[in-house]
Design a binder for this molecule. Structure first.
Ligand SMILES: Cc1ncc(COP(=O)(O)O)c(C=O)c1O
Length: 388
């Protein structure tokens, strides 16, 4: 079989996600590993009502093939999310993961340089590697990226784009300060580098107020990616791309070549949920619940670990990024943790290379409050055993 497969398959990066799914499928494990929303909060009744309404009122043409850009009603609702954009600048995608794939198709020739934050979203790193991109990392702190380092990369390596998650980042939960965004926008203009702003977590804000976006700072030289996976349900697989019309036409053609169009049925439903104000209400429910979970995890981490770990309280999103003592390798600690029935994601998988790190990503939205407390205790036991 191997002789038949393309090089990209042979060189495909191993997926830690698969290893995690293997282990957490078994036994009595509490998982802080996935980036999963809380299933108990999925708005099932609301969806049922909207599906029935849609079946009763939509014409039969809703089942028909249609243009790839997506349902006009949803694009119009989404355009209001942005300051300077209209529905012609929105493309509906099959999750924002498809948006990432479209970007690779549109911009990456094998060997082209692109820039990512270090650390960054695992599935984006894997995808960029599949397209044979030369991935260059720029260091991220809780205030934003190192802009001096970024300028050096822009100047010397001429990247096609900079892929960033500036708000409630995956994996760190950190957000860039406004100063950092303004400087990155200035550098992008100066060196003609496209900024990709991936924003799946923006609406899950527990503290503070909304910051400026790259759509506002750099409308012509940025692409925004969004999704309903975190605010409604992941299974609808509805995401979107926002870009100027010229880029959008290219993205639409890349999408057509992949799947012709995303199914419209759930697009109509989501458009209606937004229009009637029910998405905003649902997001408020999520925020209330997730904020309590975040605070519970923060308290449990401080109580159990004291000075043995460092972390920032995430102002939104789904993750804590905790740092153990420098000598701890969280990939090795993971094996001990699994013996104690607790799972998390070791930090090294979020970097280009698998160099050991003392970081770990913990998800706080999917576990119950009780499991958050028990899980953090188990993690502490695993840590004590590891350092023995
Ligand atoms: C940063 C980031 N981008 C994109 C995605 C993909 O989301 P979806 O394809 O479900 O819209 C995720 C999912 O966790 C993510 O964390």
């Amino acid at each position: 079989m191997n002789t038949l497969l393309a090089d990209r398959v042979k060189n495909a990066p191993r997926s830690f996600t698969r290893k995690i799914l293997d282990v957490i499928g078994h036994a009595d494990i509490i998982s802080f590993a996935g980036g999963l929303p809380d299933e108990s909060l999925f708005p099932h009744e609301l969806i049922k009502q909207e599906i029935n309404h849609s079946l009763d009122t939509q014409p039969r043409s809703m089942y028909q093939y249609s243009q790839a850009q997506g349902a006009c009603s949803l694009r119009e609702e989404l355009a209001q999310t942005y300051t300077n954009s209209n529905d012609k600048e929105i493309l509906i995608t099959t999750g924002s993961q498809q948006g990432l794939d479209i970007l690779c198709k549109a911009f990456i020739n094998a060997g082209d340089t692109i820039v990512v934050e270090a650390p960054s979203y695992l599935a984006a790193l894997n995808l960029f590697a599949l397209y044979d991109a030369n991935i260059v990392e720029v260091n991220l702190t809780c205030k934003g990226v190192d802009t001096a380092e970024l300028e050096e990369i822009f100047k010397t390596q001429k990247p096609k784009f900079f892929y960033a998650i500036p708000t409630f980042q995956n994996p760190t939960g950190w957000s860039w300060e406004e100063e950092c965004k303004v400087e990155v926008a200035r550098l992008a203009k100066k060196y003609n580098v496209l900024v990709i702003e991936d924003s799946p977590y923006n609406d899950l804000r527990y503290d503070g107020s909304k910051g400026i976006s790259f759509e506002e700072l750099l409308p012509e030289l940025s692409v925004s990616l969004g999704t309903f996976s975190k605010t409604l349900v992941p299974d609808f697989r509805i995401g979107w791309m926002r870009a100027n019309e010229a880029f959008l036409k290219v993205f639409q053609s890349m999408k057509e070549n992949t799947d012709l169009q995303s199914p419209k049925f759930f697009q109509y439903i989501v458009a209606n949920i937004i229009k009637e104000g029910n998405l905003a209400l649902h997001v408020n429910t999520l925020i209330k619940s997730y904020k309590v979970k975040r605070d519970t995890m923060a308290q449990a981490l401080s109580k159990e670990f004291g000075n043995a770990i460092e972390f920032e309280l995430p102002k939104g999103g789904m993750f804590f990024w905790i740092k153990f003592n420098d000598s701890v390798d969280t990939m090795k600690l993971f094996d001990v943790a699994i013996q104690k029935n607790i799972a998390y994601v070791p930090g090294c998988v979020f970097y280009k290379t698998d160099t050991p790190t003392p970081y770990a990503r913990l998800n706080f939205t999917n576990a119950t409050l009780e499991d958050i407390e028990i899980g953090v205790k188990r993690l502490k036991e695993a840590y004590q055993e590891y350092i023995k």
